[in-house]
Design a protein around this ligand. Structure first.
Ligand code: HEM
Length: 151
């Protein structure tokens, strides 16, 4: 049997008194749209350059990645994509958790876990992009002992 719970008119003006301070839900909503538009450019640009230009997918190896990370343009492209997508994904998952998880404590824990995971991955990814060293820290001095050993 269908229950007949009334759903509020979605276009009715908001009547409850407005809370003071920034409307974070509104800014989160705007962020999803704005980051979505930027992500279309960043993600499809990324796929086009990696998979279709030159040798396409067959050209992808360590040297290809090292070559891209040697350029500040691609470093910033990738970091921007990383930040925008992770915040977009975490905020989207926050919406889903808020919609479906009814227990307040579980909801709070999951939303915290989402931001901690996103923050950790953003930190790790940003460090990788900006500290990437194709020579793995090796120099003539650092490998001299190995050359002597193998001589
Ligand atoms: C081409 C790039 C993308 C575009 C244009 C885009 C666009 C959007 C938009 C407009 C929304 C809001 C939908 C709503 O409020 O009803 C949304 C939600 C969402 N997005 Fe994206 N997105 C993109 C990429 C991504 C990526 C890379 C991820 C994952 C890291 C992601 C995860 C999510 C999630 C989890 C939601 C919440 C879905 C929901 O509320 O049911 N999106 N996306």
């Amino acid at each position: 049997m269908m229950s007949s719970a009334a759903i509020a008119d979605p276009r009715a003006p908001h009547t409850a008194p407005r809370k003071k301070g920034a409307n974070l839900e509104k800014w989160g909503w705007i962020y999803m749209r704005a980051s979505g538009v930027l992500l279309v450019v960043l993600i499809f640009g990324h796929l086009f350059v990696n998979l279709m230009v030159g040798d396409g997918i067959h050209g992808i190896d360590f040297a290809f990645v090292a070559g891209k990370f040697a350029s500040p343009f691609w470093q910033w492209w990738d970091v921007l994509m990383l930040w925008l997508a992770l915040i977009h994904g975490a905020n989207g998952m926050r919406t889903i958790v808020n919609d479906y998880v009814t227990h307040a404590g579980t909801r709070r824990t999951l939303v915290w876990a989402l931001w901690i995971a996103a923050g950790f991955l953003i930190l790790l990814g940003t460090l990788v992009v900006f500290t990437f060293d194709p020579c793995l820290g090796l120099s003539d001095d650092s490998v001299a002992w190995l050359q002597e050993l193998c001589a």
